[in-house]
Design a protein around this ligand. Structure first.
Ligand SMILES: [Zn+2]
Length: 299
């Protein structure tokens, strides 16, 4: 993270119940969601969807164990969004894209952005964890709501059999910037304390939405501890994370090479300049025909 001024900062806080049986991670991801809007020029519904999935990705990434672990979330519900992809590292730094970010949908009858209409409800949420093993751990669950938080909860219930509650929120302002974005994830740590489940269910019932809480000035610390109310929660750790893309000219060369020799020489013959645009941050890498031939020579 050497270019720290390029990275906007969001904050993750994790709190643990006194008996160690419940972990609650909360994040203020407003800066991440604003960076999504700035980079991808998303419409409000796309900002909300990408912002929510990136918020979940950040929290889930922060639960990875070691420095080189990576997490990818991929959602495709056969809605106008197409694929929505979020990649996160173990610090909760994220990057994301969607196939189609220029979608406008009418608000739902309750006045909210129609995230499930954008994502679609007929498809899958895929979770890929690259833990440095030979094969990444990949699994997918059917999308149940398309509103994303419920789908993350369902992933944990089905795939990891861990009782989990997830809440995500993105509040888009009139000028399409993000006023508040955040989320929390409450997870039981085995051995499961059945009593704690009842207490958490009660907490969830009484808590307002994440963006309402943020609108009242609640911090991620406040929200993490509210999730653990009645369980003597204490803040375990907290740190900053952001929207971060690690693309580079070298990585782009690798992507070009992965097209294969035939495809690459065809590009070199057909056009004077080949431009490769990073899906995640919109950075453009240009290669002249000579540079492509050079690449081929050294491959
Ligand atoms: Zn990039």
């Amino acid at each position: 993270m050497e270019n720290s001024e390029e990275i906007s900062m969001s904050k993750i806080v994790r709190a643990l119940s006194a008996d160690g049986s419940v972990l609650c991670s909360a994040i203020d991801s407003t800066d991440i969601a604003n960076e999504i809007f700035r980079l991808h020029k998303t419409t409000p519904v796309a900002t909300a969807a990408l912002g929510r999935l990136a918020t979940a990705g950040s929290i889930m990434g922060a639960m990875l164990k070691s420095e080189d672990d990576r997490l990818t979330l991929r959602m495709n519900g056969n809605g106008p969004a197409g694929n929505i992809v979020v990649a996160a590292d173990y610090m909760g730094n994220v990057k994301c894209y969607a196939d189609n970010v220029n979608v406008d949908l009418p608000l739902k009858p309750n006045g909210k952005l129609d995230v499930s209409g954008y994502v679609g409800t007929d498809g899958f949420l895929g979770v890929i964890k690259d833990l440095g093993l030979k094969e990444p751990y990949a699994t997918q669950v059917p999308i149940i709501s398309g509103e994303i938080a419920e789908d993350i909860t369902s992933y944990y219930a089905i795939s990891e059999q861990i009782p989990t509650v997830c809440a995500l929120g993105v509040l888009v302002d009139r000028d399409w910037t993000v006023k508040h974005a955040g989320g929390f994830l409450i997870q039981l740590v085995p051995p499961i304390n059945e009593n704690a489940i009842d207490i958490i269910e009660q907490n969830i019932k009484t808590m307002q939405s994440v963006t309402e809480l943020m609108e009242q000035g609640r911090t991620p610390e406040d929200i993490a501890l509210m999730g653990l109310a009645g369980l003597n929660g204490e803040v375990l750790d907290e740190w900053e994370c952001g929207y971060y893309c690690n693309c580079s000219r070298e990585r782009t060369e690798q992507i070009l090479l992965s097209l294969g020799r035939d495809e690459l020489s065809k590009l070199a013959e057909e056009q004077d300049e080949t431009e490769v645009c990073c899906h995640f941050c919109d950075k453009k890498y240009k290669f002249t025909a000579d540079e492509l031939r050079e690449l081929l020579k050294n491959a």
